[in-house]
Design a protein around this ligand. Structure first.
Ligand SMILES: [Zn+2]
Length: 119
């Protein structure tokens, strides 16, 4: 349990850090330099730095997404198993055990109210 929460948290932190780096590179980082000319000139070194930052941000973001979604997938599987264990083919209304349909093995029928359920 603790490892799962840790993984989830790391994933969220990675996404936040990635967004911060991305936002910094996109909006705050200045790639132009004062060249003495009336117009500012883009600096190639700074531009490639910016690209590197965006690349790192992208990788961090994706790993964050992977960590968070893998955590959710594990949670879903656990929930499914729990549900199956708690109600093994019982009619939700009558709480009577369902009987398998002779014609279709994936269909179950409640012997009390006659409701049909598909597995
Ligand atoms: Zn029933």
């Amino acid at each position: 349990m603790e490892t799962k929460i840790g993984k989830h948290l790391i994933g969220k932190i990675l996404i936040v850090v990635a967004l911060l780096i991305g936002a910094y590179a996109m909006f705050i980082m200045n790639v132009s330099v004062d060249s003495g000319l009336p117009e500012r000139v883009n600096n190639f070194g700074l531009m490639s730095d910016k690209q590197n930052y965006l690349f790192i941000a992208g990788i961090l973001f994706l790993s964050g997404i992977v960590l968070v979604s893998s955590q959710e997938a594990t949670q879903e599987i656990t929930n499914e198993t729990e549900q199956e264990n708690s109600s093994p083919n019982l009619c939700p209304k009558c709480k009577v055990e369902l009987v398998q349909d002779k014609a279709n093995s994936s269909i179950y029928e409640c012997p009390k109210c006659g409701d049909r359920f598909q597995e």
